[in-house]
Design a protein around this ligand. Sequence first.
Ligand SMILES: [Mn+2]
Length: 316
Amino acid sequence: MAFNDAYAPHASVAIASILMNSESALHFFILHRDISLETQRRIMELRKLRHFEMDFIEVNADLFHGLPTVPHITIECYFRLMIPWLNPVINKALFMDSDIVVLDDVKDIWNFDIENVYAAVVEDVNSGALKDIKKYAHAFDKGHRYFNAGIMLLNLKNIRADFTLQKFMDIANRMKNVFKFADQDILNLAFARKLTYLPIKWNVTDAFMKKLRPPFSERKHEVRGVLQNPSLIHFTGSGKPWVFPFGTSSNPFACYYFHYLGKTDYSNTKLRLLSTCLKMTVWEFRYVWRHPLFFIRPAFWRAFFLRRAVGRKFRS
Ligand SMILES: [Mn+2]
């Protein structure tokens, strides 16, 4: 994982959820440039849940100087590009974003066969992003299945055999005025011909909740089915569960975030109190206000039943 000091509460949620849904021995590597010792201590408090190993690796961010950053693409996003060269004896690594909640055992991803590829990834269903990417689709092979770089099982040996960090940086600098999704576009371009795809339940992004456009419109039922039983929720986009009230109320899986926040050293944050009390009512009020004939809309009933299903799993 790679995140900054301010993101530590959210990353703690992700780590807590990984720990609590797996019995495997886990070793985390955290790439960072500013995580204080006090924050590291607070993250290590998660050992109260169960044992794990963790290394904080300080990265020289100057390496990525000059590459574009925007509020949702921080310099830390580029740190994942270094993973293959951090330790030459490690041949396999699972990279995960910090804005996630994991609900199943990560060993299901870990055991995926990646012998002959660079990575196992999840195809992106975000029609909005795919529309943006169309503008520079010529950069990718025809028929390339664009993936989200938030979850990647990496074959470090294969990557080291064909790439150097400099090679990634060359792509980054050459394409920086074209690419919109920075690190993700770079990896899509680099790994394109040697990929395998994980089941989409391992990266349930915000886009799953929205209207699906090609190429996912014909897989609508598969996408809707995954919503009943997701393995990993990825809070992409600006509607993060901790953004009150919009994020808290817009994602039916926000409740998982708060459930695992309660297991971390950040469980007493003011934010949690405020948002858990109000999230349902705000969401419902907004919805009814915008859609006075809400009860004849299929979208309402879809969200209604999804919330009920989520609530059931949540209590058990
Ligand atoms: Mn993310």
